[in-house]
Ligand binder design. Structure first.
Ligand code: NDP
Ligand code: MG
Length: 350
């Protein structure tokens, strides 16, 4: 297989690198019919690959999969018939589901994932004679489906954990092509890198970091006597406008678009606020991801019935900013209308 794109630090594959024969004569079991599952199953099916959806007997997703014209079996039966078993149930469910399907894996079969957590942290230990691969689309499933139908693709990550047959990488790439991702580009990584960067990113920046930054900014203004409404607008609502610019053209486009005053204030104060102390906290969070401490905590939390998760979730929902936001968002009814239109498009696609 050739990989070009010398400008990237890691190989990036495109349709011209794909040999579809690696999946064309195979049967793929897609376990789960949620966000990723419905998209992988329908895209592979439309690409001419033989697909069986694996769902438990009482699954609420069964009718949807059948309505989409797909064959549905139990996960065990689907895995028995399949050459490639794509594990697309929630990460916390995968270890127990794996126990059910493990006896159905023949030598030379493939276990395929969309996230590396369970393999990387040893929660799923596949037999040595199967290939273990990952194709992780970099978007929610409904976009993977929508882009495919529009003749476009969603970029994806590719990783090989175990290459029993010698063909693991080519097969994974053919799978990525079957769900449309090779149209956009498939970036090579490892299970370790995907898992650790994914966990770190959502903790430090995307989910944990950004909500804490927003809440702290909001509280600082309100504690100083400013109105909650103003604090909400400045610290939460306008975030979308800023992030949209960053998404479009990086930080530079954002800096170019805001006022000179905003740019000067941001450039002089930003690094003082998110300072070396925050960097140290981030390094600590990364270390807990790397040494498995976070994974052990999350696994134990699930085994205990998620007490801390529930409590923290409740506290977040009770934060004053949520209540202020609910009132203020009514003023943005037009934005809701846009969202409704978008949502309707998604539902029509799904
Ligand atoms: P979902 O939460 O959408 O999966 C739900 C599906 O799993 C449903 O069909 C559900 O069926 C089934 N399911 C749940 N519990 C069980 C069970 N015990 N036995 C059998 N089936 C079960 O998952 P996602 O698509 O979000 O995630 C799947 C994988 O993709 C994960 O590894 C995730 O990390 C990864 N990923 C997800 C992305 C996303 O945007 N969501 C992006 C990239 C990767 P039922 O009706 O039976 O409950
Ligand atoms: Mg099999």
């Amino acid at each position: 297989m050739t990989a070009e794109d010398a400008d990237f630090t890691q190989p990036v594959y495109h349709e011209s690198d794909v040999d579809r024969r690696y999946v064309d004569d195979k049967t793929v079991a897609v376990l789960g019919y949620g966000s990723q599952g419905h998209a992988h199953a329908q895209n592979l099916d439309d690409s001419g690959v033989d697909v069986i959806v694996g769902l438990r007997k009482d699954s609420s997703s069964r009718s949807a999969a059948k309505a989409d014209g797909l064959r549905v079996e139990t996960p065990k039966q689907a895995a028995r018939e399949a050459d490639i078993v794509s594990v697309l149930v929630p990460d916390t469910v995968q270890p127990s589901l794996f126990e059910t399907i493990e006896p159905e894996l023949d030598a030379g079969d493939t276990l395929q994932f969309a996230h590396g957590f369970n393999i990387h942290y040893g929660q799923v230990e596949p037999p040595e004679d199967v290939d273990v691969t990952m194709i992780a689309p970099k978007s929610p499933g409904h976009l993977v489906r929508r882009n495919y139908e529009a003749g476009q693709g969603t970029p994806a990550l590719l990783a090989v954990y175990q290459n029993a047959t010698g063909d693991a990488q080519q097969e994974a790439l053919a799978y990525a092509d079957g769900i449309g991702c090779a149209r956009a580009g498939v970036v090579e990584t490892t299970f370790r890198e995907e898992t650790e960067t994914d966990l770190f990113g959502e903790q430090a920046v995307l989910c944990g970091g950004v909500t804490s930054l927003v809440k702290t900014g909001y509280e600082t203004l309100v504690d100083a006597g400013y109105s909650p409404e103003m604090a909400y607008f400045e610290c939460l609502n306008e975030l979308k406008l800023i992030v949209d610019l960053m998404y479009e053209g990086g930080n530079s486009e954002m800096w170019d678009s805001v006022s000179d005053t905003a740019e000067f204030g941001g450039l002089t104060r930003g690094d003082e606020i998110v300072d070396e102390h925050v960097r140290e906290n981030m390094e600590e969070a990364l270390e807990e991801v790397q040494n498995g401490e976070f994974a052990r905590e999350w696994i134990a939390e699930n085994q205990a019935g998620r007490p801390s998760y529930r409590q923290r979730r409740q506290a977040e929902q009770n934060h004053e900013i949520e209540e202020v936001g609910e009132r203020l968002r009514d003023l943005f009814a037009w934005a809701d209308d846009d969202a409704d239109v978008e949502q309707a498009e998604v539902s029509a696609d799904d």
